[in-house]
Design a protein around this ligand. Sequence first.
Ligand SMILES: [Zn+2]
Length: 309
Amino acid sequence: MKDYTYSLENYNPKVGKHICPSCNHRNVFVRYINNDTKEYLDGTIGRCDREDKCGYHKKPKEFFQEHPSYQVEQPYVYQNVKSEMVQISAYIDDETVASTLGQYGSNFFVQGLIDVFGQDEVMKAVSRYKIGTRVDRDDEVIFWQFDQYMNCRSGKVISYDRATIKRGKTISWMHTILGLNDFNLSQCLFGEHLITSKHDPVIVVESEKSAIIGSIVIPEFIWVATGGKSSGVADKLKVLKGHKVTLVPDIDATESWKKLVEENTDLQGMVVNKYLFCVATEEQRKNQYDIADFLLDERRSDCAKAKLP
Ligand SMILES: [Zn+2]
């Protein structure tokens, strides 16, 4: 084997630092590089900047002793490095997110919910999910996606009618609105940051609105949303491996989600709930009812009843 020398990577602002494999903080980990080939070593070899709080430092020599098979000269796959670079740049910074957390008086989605569920419950949900407001665009709400490490993967912008809490047709993304070029969107579950323990029972729904409303009506569960019925659902769900998970698909996605769970070993043990599929009337099917519609109907009829003399 050729004798290589290794050194810590020089800081490159374009790449930034990496995610520490020990404390999982982002932008703090400096990796070792092969001085000859300029390639990264394994992603766990490097030093964390958080010397006091984390203190992780894995030197190449130490790693090779623990993993003797790595002694063989092997091409370290450069694509890995690239994909991590992309991932690292693809977060929205905390200040940008913070600047959207307010002005809920002119946020139709939030006000629509308050009309049904009241100020207290809704504002708790707003702060739980860190729902954002678009200034001067009252009908638009920002559903920020935070992953389990509180990295913000971007925000989905949807317009809502205040009276019906029904959405408009178009979706846009905050990274596009902010003009972040080359932003490689890597979505996660909406509400993923709320899952803190393997013991938390989780309900997965399709839309952000359903997750928020579900969390108000049935708070015993952590409600997360895939943000759609098909693209990337299985990938997003992998983070829930080992959790107690119930999937509540929209009526038209019941069969496809069932198939998804059956075909993915990572999703083993997740239960697809067919309640909506079973109880929906023909009319509700035609109107593509989802769990949020059911919960809203229920709450509205409760309120109607309560108003009766
Ligand atoms: Zn660390």
